[in-house]
Design a protein around this ligand. Structure first.
Ligand SMILES: CCCCCCCCCCCCCC(=O)CSCCNC(=O)CCNC(=O)[C@H](O)C(C)(C)COP(=O)(O)OP(=O)(O)OC[C@H]1O[C@@H](n2cnc3c(N)ncnc32)[C@H](O)[C@@H]1OP(=O)(O)O
Ligand SMILES: CN(C)Cc1n[nH]c2ccc(-c3ccc(F)cc3OCCn3ccnc3)cc12
Length: 387
């Protein structure tokens, strides 16, 4: 079993788990000891480093993912990350282009597999650890179950080690050794008619379509005075607000102004963020944000795409979180999203039911690589959102 060979929490450690200390599992090696040559691929494949600044390469990555990436359990929807979204996700401050790893068929040069890492500062309890966030692991449907994933994982691990980084964070819908937390995702209908048409939702037993539309109707405009889109000038205030807020969670990113500028300034059709500016003091008191991740609707005759917004980071210090999140739903509806998704992490549980979110049909598991924590953590102890 591949994961038994890796420095991650092992099932066999479970009984004396609480005796093992929290922290690094395997001490760092000297970078000069790290394997210099790439891992072996089956003979007809070759490694490539994907240049995310190349439109042609981005189109190849987009096509691989849109046809072969994560589907829901019923294979009705598949994530449809856009090229702009992927560029945003893969080029944060300090990114390494050789952590954008592809596998091509030697002859045709067809891109058939992919895995990425981006650098991040992640605080685990009271320690800030330089990590890589691993994402977009994908093997073409025609090349599944050939043990390509372990090779991709070992290769990205090797390249991360070469930068003297020894820990990672990742999430997955599948259970692997060993989750540090298991979260549930929830959905808030914005366009119930379309959601029922594509089979995402079902008409409630005692509800007609018109009563369902009425149930999810939202006001035309946000209720909060001073609610507006975030701008560059707000970066220092948002960084302070967010850093302070995230301290309450056991695992959370450590965001500098630079990080906030990249991850939270609005990018059209990628990430939207809003602040509440007190009309008299002009103080920034609250913040909310969501990212745009459509899903392909697999095999529906009327619709091909589900437009979904995903709750990102939200901080409420003077507006009630319930009201702030309702304003977020209102803006998402204004921008024609069909559904608004949220995990039960951070303080999200406090608004999910009241704002008419319904539970999703799966879980998202959080993982750390080469770092042990006494756990598992409750979702409300997590302050980290991975794309
Ligand atoms: C210090 C730096 C460290 C950096 C690295 C940190 C670790 C990063 C870890 C990566 C984090 C990614 C995070 C991320 O991207 C977000 S999770 C999304 C993963 N991608 C998808 O689900 C897309 C659709 N599926 C596929 O493309 C394939 O099914 C994949 C590629 C998933 C597996 O390809 P395959 O053709 O179906 O399978 P084989 O090649 O034959 O390999 C089977 C082995 O792969 C293990 N497996 C399966 N799914 C996995 C998953 N999601 N994570 C980790 N491992 C996974 C599984 O346990 C099995 O091992 P075992 O049988 O021995 O148990
Ligand atoms: C996080 N990031 C690593 C992508 C990723 N990988 N695996 C996943 C499994 C679930 C979710 C998820 C996270 C939040 C959410 F509200 C709904 C979700 O999935 C719904 C089911 N689904 C899957 C595809 N289309 C619809 C994301 C992911």
């Amino acid at each position: 079993m591949f994961w038994e060979t890796q420095p991650v929490g092992q099932y066999k450690d479970m009984e004396n788990m609480d005796l093992l200390p929290e922290g690094v599992i395997e001490p760092p090696q000297d970078v000069s000891q790290v394997r210099q040559e790439p891992y072996n691929l089956p003979s007809s494949y070759e490694w490539c480093t994907c240049d995310v600044n190349s439109n042609e390469t981005m189109k190849e990555i987009y096509n691989l993912l849109t046809n072969n990436y994560v589907e829901d359990d019923d294979n009705m929807f598949r994530f449809d990350y856009s090229v702009e979204f992927l560029r945003w996700a893969l080029k944060p401050p300090g990114y390494y282009s050789d952590w954008h790893i592809g596998v091509r068929v030697k002859g045709s040069k067809k891109l058939v597999a992919f895995i990425t890492g981006v650098p991040a500062h992640i605080r685990v309890r009271d320690k800030v650890v330089v990590m890589t966030e691993i994402n977009f692991l994908c093997v073409h449907k025609k090349l599944r179950s050939k043990r390509l994933a372990p090779v991709l994982i070992k290769e990205v691990t090797r390249r991360v080690h070469l930068q003297n980084i020894w820990q990672a964070a990742y999430t997955a819908g599948v259970v692997l050794p060993t989750p540090i937390a298991t979260c549930q995702y929830w959905h808030r209908s914005l366009n119930p008619k379309k959601l029922i048409e594509v089979g995402f939702s079902r008409l409630g037993a005692r509800l007609t379509m018109s009563r369902t539309i009425k149930l999810y109707r939202l006001p035309e405009e946000p209720a909060t005075q001073g609610f507006r889109a975030m701008e560059s000038r707000d970066v220092p205030a948002v960084t302070r607000l967010l850093q302070e807020y995230l301290m309450q969670f056991a695992v959370a990113p450590y965001f500098t102004d630079n990080d906030v500028e990249h991850w939270l300034l609005p990018v059209e059709n990628v990430v939207d963020s809003f602040v509440v500016e007190n009309p008299s003091s002009h103080e920034i008191t609250d913040f909310c944000s969501f990212y745009t991740l459509p899903s392909t609707v697999i095999g529906n005759e009327h619709y091909s795409v589900l437009k979904a917004a995903y709750s990102y980071y939200n901080v409420a210090t003077s507006t009630p979180l319930l009201q702030l999140m309702n304003d977020t739903l209102i803006v998402a509806k204004q921008k024609d999203y069909d559904v608004f998704n949220a995990l039960d992490i951070m303080q999200n549980e406090s608004f999910l039911k009241e704002l008419k979110f319904g539970p999703g049909d799966g879980h998202l598991h959080y993982y750390l690589y080469n770092y042990r924590i006494k756990g598992p953590l409750k979702p409300s102890e997590l302050g980290l959102v991975l794309l």
